[in-house]
Design a protein around this ligand. Structure first.
Ligand SMILES: Cc1cc2nc3c(=O)[nH]c(=O)nc-3n(C[C@H](O)[C@H](O)[C@H](O)COP(=O)(O)O)c2cc1C
Length: 374
């Protein structure tokens, strides 16, 4: 019998690496770092080691680049020596199973709270009171889920300092043994707040035209490339993404421009979240992979598609040529052995949404590996 996922299990290149399959673990915030200090500990080590596969790629959960970049309680950081030591054990475990791992660098911007930033007001491209007033926008803090704190706009003179924080975190990712770094440029976090004109009303060189709104993200990519070279840096975007209070008046022009500009870095890959997914919920059941389809025509490098894929639709998007690899989020949460299950056509465990962001092993490291007798 010819497997229905044949193309997913052919080799693919990302930068200098050759992967043996195209089933990527998507970045997944799971809030299980060791406290205090947001340190990747034993529980996280077990979780990532379970999900590593020979020739497979794991993208880490979003990882704050500094204390003031934090916005989600329990997310592991990448700015202290203890955090780097914690990540070292994880990347070593992934490598021991023949896998590769990229670190996803995160600045939450306005999607934060003063309990998370260590006191200061969260920062953004512009001030949008509607964001913190909207009941649907919530952040996770040591005191529980709450409304984001009021934020302020970054002064132009502060922007190089934030770009430098990304550079430092990229350097720490090298120290920690990662194979590369991915910029979290989607889901309404700081780079996305600069990109989309619903959140960027600036009048300096970081606002206004599409070129200006893209400048922050491109500055950050430049800083990451200065540490790693272009071929071990990746960017994640959510074109037309509306989660986290995002909107843009002309997303097709904006994201087309960004994808074109990214060509000049020779990136490891561009990672696109399909707009049929809003954060972690599918909102447009049945919609095809439109982001990958559109931007494939513009971006000339390796493309990773994500958002609402099943094994058969993942095979189809790779087969059609619209993407080279497919990242799975929720299925990887529930199936530590997802690549093997897809390859062999085995049934998938169901994910439990109630334990996505809890703090212990339940719903984290206790999903079973496939067993024919279970
Ligand atoms: C629990 C959970 C946490 C997530 N955390 C992140 C994250 O840290 N960074 C990110 O870029 N996307 C994050 N996402 C989005 C996923 O990477 C992915 O885009 C989304 O789940 C859609 O893919 P799926 O349909 O395969 O689950 C998260 C999704 C879920 C369900």
């Amino acid at each position: 019998m010819i497997p229905m996922t044949a193309k997913l299990f052919t080799p693919a290149r990302i930068g200098p690496y050759t992967l043996s399959h195209r089933v990527v673990m998507a970045p997944l915030t799971r809030s299980r770092s060791q406290q205090p200090g947001d340190i990747p500990g034993d529980l996280m080590l077990e979780y990532y080691a379970q999900r590593a596969s020979d020739g497979g790629l794991i993208i880490s959960e979003a990882t704050p680049i500094s204390i003031t970049a934090r916005g989600w309680f329990g997310a592991p950081g990448l700015y202290s020596d203890e955090q780097v030591d914690g990540w070292k054990r994880i990347t070593a475990a992934v490598h021991a199973k023949g896998g590769r791992m990229f670190s996803q660098l995160w600045h939450t911007g306005r999607s934060s709270h003063f309990e998370m930033t260590g006191g200061p007001e969260p920062v953004s491209a512009s001030v949008n009171p509607g964001y913190w007033q909207d009941k649907s926008n919530v952040v996770s803090t040591p005191s529980g889920w709450t409304r984001p704190s009021p934020h302020r706009a970054l002064d132009t003179s502060e922007i190089p300092g934030i770009v430098e924080d990304y550079r430092l975190a990229a350097a720490r990712a090298r120290e920690a043994g990662f194979d590369g770094v991915e910029l979290h440029g989607g889901n309404g976090y700081l780079p996305d707040q600069f990109l989309q004109d619903g959140s960027n009303r600036r009048t300096d060189e970081y606002g206004g035209s599409i070129e200006n709104r893209s400048r922050f993200l491109l500055d950050v990519v430049g800083a990451m490339v200065s540490v790693w070279g272009g071929d071990r840096v990746a960017v994640r975007l959510a074109p037309s993404g509306s989660w986290n209070g995002m909107s843009d008046s002309d997303p097709r022009a904006l994201f087309g421009y960004v994808a074109g500009q990214l060509n000049r870095f020779g990136l490891a890959y561009l990672h696109l979240i399909e707009p049929r997914v809003k954060g972690n919920i599918v909102i447009a059941e049945g919609q095809g992979p439109v982001a990958a389809h559109e931007l494939r025509k513009i971006f000339t490098g390796t493309l990773v598609a994500a958002g609402g894929f099943e094994p058969d639709t993942a095979e189809a998007v790779v087969e059609s040529g619209d993407a080279d690899l497919v990242a799975f989020g929720r299925h990887f949460i529930a199936n530590p052995d997802l690549p093997v299950r897809i390859k062999q056509g085995l049934p998938l465990n169901r994910y439990d949404r109630d334990t996505f962001y809890t703090f212990d092993a339940r719903g984290y490291t206790d999903y079973p590996f496939y067993s024919p007798t279970a």
